[in-house]
Design a protein around this ligand. Sequence first.
Ligand SMILES: Cc1cc2nc3c(=O)[nH]c(=O)nc-3n(C[C@H](O)[C@H](O)[C@H](O)COP(=O)(O)OP(=O)(O)OC[C@H]3O[C@@H](n4cnc5c(N)ncnc54)[C@H](O)[C@@H]3O)c2cc1C
Length: 514
Amino acid sequence: MYTEITLRISPEDAVHEEVLKKEVARSVKVDIDRIKHLEIIRRSVDARQRTVFLNLFVGVWIDRVEEREKVFLPAYKDVFDRPRVIVVGAGPGGLFSALRLIERGYCPVVLERGKCVDKRKGDLGRLYKTGIVDEDSNFGYGEGGAGTFSDGKLFTRSQKRGNVRRILEMLVYFGADKNILIDAHPHIGTDKLPGVIVNIRKAIEAHGGQVYFDTRVTDLLIRDNRIEGVIAGNREFLAKHVILATGHSARDTYKMLHNRNVYMEPKDFAVGFRVEHSQFDIDCMQYHTRTGRGEYLPAAEYNFVTNIAGRGVYSFCMCPGGVVVPAATAPGQQVVNGMSASGRNTPWANSALVTSVGEAELAALNHRGLFAGIEFQEALERKAWEEGGGGLHAPAQALTDFLRGKITRHLPRTSYKPGVTTSPIHAWFPALLAERLQQGITYFGRCARGFVTEQAIVLGVETRTSSPLRIVREKERCVHVGIAGLYPCGEGAGYAGGIVSAAMDGEKCAESVF
Ligand SMILES: Cc1cc2nc3c(=O)[nH]c(=O)nc-3n(C[C@H](O)[C@H](O)[C@H](O)COP(=O)(O)OP(=O)(O)OC[C@H]3O[C@@H](n4cnc5c(N)ncnc54)[C@H](O)[C@@H]3O)c2cc1C
């Protein structure tokens, strides 16, 4: 017999198989010897009370083990001679659209401006060493897109946009740990993600798809409002269908689309900075202890959101046990982001603290028109670059000083390798947004004692939370509203906001072609 139960158990008991089995036997009211197999289906930490528990949803086999449902098994076809579909960008949106095209019997031709994972790693090493950003190979660009050197958090609220479980199972098939199917807040880790991405590319190539690196698309071939292909450098790639998954940082690509009269609209996005605490402080805050998380609990996370004068202020992309990284995609910009390895075991915790920016804020800051959002991002990134002193140094301030409007004299040690320069962020961040962030963070500090501490710092700037533009497409068919055969896809098109939602959108676009 097979049954499923919910169990509330201490983190320590959960890791000891015999204790867990005993608890399960007690819960299903059978003798322990009759439990033949257990499988944790879902796991979450419940830290709402002083004593922290794990909530487990467990599959239990009593007396015998029966055949279980199989996870994802691909049905990839050989597509060497099949009709070609061009996919621009090898981020999660582009790669998952390529896989789905192969399943449907079409041949994806993936064009990526950056390099393969291995070469990209070398470029990131050089970025740290020289402080010079390669415009085609950086934390945002290259095989796997912005998702490769990230935390690999896979939690998404976009359940309605597609089949989240399918994407997670695909990631496991390509090498991610099975725990991502179980954990309520799954993550892969930046040490494991590159391997998964390379396996995806190898599968695409093995079935006849083509992947070109160092291939930046510089123009579209359009005739009578119908796409005929793309131009990359001095080469033409012809196809009747083009999936455009270029991510939210490809500002040159947005400009090229505008020059080709591809219809786009401004959309809201968010800006702010990264806050970094010691992970120990966050563990104490979230697990209500003075001694950290102990042996059995994962590095604690947090998630804050509030509304100030009708606009959101929230934490975003929290990386427990992670590091802050330089995420600019061109020289003269200072942009930060966060990532962590699968073990989440650095002494630091970071997250973005951001607030919404839309037409009203942009107009108040004298930015108008389609590219107002991009211009504002660029201005803020340039200011942060100057404040950091050039290079990759990030302007930083103690969190408490940001709230009080004071200059920070001494900054604590940070995970941000290139280094930080003390800067009065409160003074040069647009007042409208700085005040909102100050109010929001003060509220977070009231909700969670230990969040606002002298040891926490803010580093700037966090401007790439989502795309400031939408490349408008038809709702169901995903085809661009003006150009037949063009499928704007993923985060850069304004239809996703993270790895899983971009992957789901890639699949959706691939299902829309032909
Ligand atoms: C450091 C960091 C950490 C992150 N952590 C997480 C996380 O933990 N969880 C999460 O869900 N999300 C995270 N994100 C965000 C996530 O990576 C993105 O939401 C996701 O990658 C978007 O997928 P995409 O395919 O739409 O675009 P992207 O991943 O941005 O991919 C776009 C690709 O297109 C290429 N490209 C751009 N222009 C052209 C052109 N003209 N020609 C050819 N190629 C082009 C780029 O080089 C890039 O590889 C993180 C991002 C960063 C930078």
